[in-house]
Design a protein around this ligand. Sequence first.
Ligand code: KG4
Ligand code: ZN
Length: 338
Amino acid sequence: DKNCYILGIESSCDDTAAAVINNGVVLSNVVATQQIHEEYGGVVPELASRAHQQNIVPVVHQALRKANIDKKQLSAIAFTRGPGLMGSLLVGTSFSKSLAMGLGVPLIDVNHMQAHILAHFIKAEGQNTPNFPFLALTISGGHTQIVKVTNYFEMEVIGQTIDDAVGEAFDKSAKLLGLPYPGGPLIDKYAQKGNPNTFKFTKPKVQPMDFSFSGLKTAVLYFIEKQVDKNPDFISENIEDVCASLQFTIVDYLMDKLKNAVKHTGITEIAIGGGVSANSGIRTALKETETKYGWTTHIPKFEYCTDNAAMIAIVGELKYKQHVFAKNDVMAQARMKL
Ligand code: KG4
Ligand code: ZN
């Protein structure tokens, strides 16, 4: 079906997003990021769902306009069912249900975590889609997982965090350094100018393919307190080296876990996704494995790494082609397995 147009809608956290996809090609990809949370230093669920309600109609309109199609041309509506914040998910779910019903087109529910992985099947210039089976490292503000992907909808979590997500480790450390939320990209920015061998942070010990980040956050807290005690200007004088050392530790830890997963599964085809895959350190380290160990790596374009609706639309398209639709009484689900 050449004229298959899928509208994807994402509202699981603090970004309201809509996108239109046609045979794997993204025609539009609109994201309204909510600024309101910055002053609170994290996402406030109540405020997020209210902002989704304000944003969803204009965002969908814009996605259709940019794709240059009329809503009557849509073949199906795909939406994020979960996992995520219940109040946020409800906005996208109820909007999608009524739109699908109004247009008389199928409704397709999408698992947000599957979407981060299947975003690799969006057709983009200079980008090769992964071959099955592959390992997906999903790293974001809400998740840290290693997933064995056997087919589009056959996935198995083989490792995950036992506490905080890696994005939280970045953001919480950044907060301790006095940086605004979300601090991950700022740590990355400073890290690129610093010396990664200046300070040592120990890597938490857990199962070979699992992760733990809460100890690192505490270590950073004590480290900063101790240094500031000796020198009140410690942070401003050393921000680049602190960020570089911290980022080096986190990236090295992620790579250790990936190496363990490769050893365990024998799979050397690797794909990364989620907001933290924008990190320059992880991108470089992963690219290096191609010559170092002969791995094949897939790093999506930045706009498909962070939360977006194009990834929801591509999953919608895959399900549409398999005639896998949701019932109209489908409910949002805060917790959801892969
Ligand atoms: O996937 P995402 O947009 O939202 C979800 O959490 O689902 O990921 C956001 C996370 C935040 O923790 C943010 O600080 C982190 O990704 N992040 C980064 C970078 N860019 C975004 N962390 C480190 N380095 C970056 N360049
Ligand atoms: Zn996400």
